[in-house]
Design a protein around this ligand. Structure first.
Ligand SMILES: [Fe+2]
Length: 189
């Protein structure tokens, strides 16, 4: 119910509790997002369909309210590319978002409509601010779950389609054992 105050618990297996919405994304949900699509199709054909991330959220609907969500990205890679979230623009462009790192480590990629990309690290105690107009994707570059809290306007909406079509201009991959940001050769901006 909107406009009812609440308090919730931070931490525990779902990051926040209680929550109203749970979203799970498996490899097959991200088959058009990882850069090595041949490998993704090969894995899926063998019945390998790992859970990549989960979002637990306290959702509201009205303008002026916030959604508060916890994202848990599991550790892993598809080929050399670390597990990540789909990434999205907000449908309502003049809306921002705040991430607060709870555990694990990763990178937040932010990209404007021209394909300019900024990257910020996220780890426990880090606050990452995503200004209006930037698509955002979170990448787990560590060996443990990446867990962070996200707070954003309830009416922001999600445009996943643009990123599904164009991709991000940068990829976060493992090179010599370390997370490295490289140009995406398949970017279609
Ligand atoms: Fe967002």
């Amino acid at each position: 119910m909107d406009r009812e105050p609440y308090s919730a618990k931070l931490g525990g297996p779902t990051g926040i509790y209680p929550y109203t919405v749970k979203v799970e994304r498996y490899l097959e949900d991200l088959r058009e997002y990882f850069h090595d699509r041949k490998l993704v199709e090969y894995m899926l054909s063998r019945g390998e369909n790992p859970l990549i991330y989960v979002v637990y959220e306290i959702s509201r609907e009205s303008e002026g309210e916030f959604n508060v969500g916890c994202t848990i990205i599991y550790p892993g890679k598809v080929g050399d590319e670390y597990y990540f979230t789909k990434g999205h623009f907000h449908l309502k462009e003049p809306t921002s978002e705040v991430y607060i790192g709870i555990s694990g480590e990763g990178v937040i990629l932010m990209q404007d409509r021209s394909g300019n990309v900024a990257a910020e690290e996220i780890k426990p105690g880090t606050i990452v601010y995503i200004p209006p107009g930037l698509a955002h994707r979170s990448i787990n570059t560590g060996k443990t779950d990446l867990v962070f809290l996200a707070i954003y306007p309830s009416d922001a909406g999600h445009d996943y389609e643009t990123i599904r079509r164009s991709g991000f201009a940068k990829l976060v991959v493992e090179r010599n054992g370390k997370p490295t940001i490289i140009d995406n050769p398949n970017y279609r901006g």
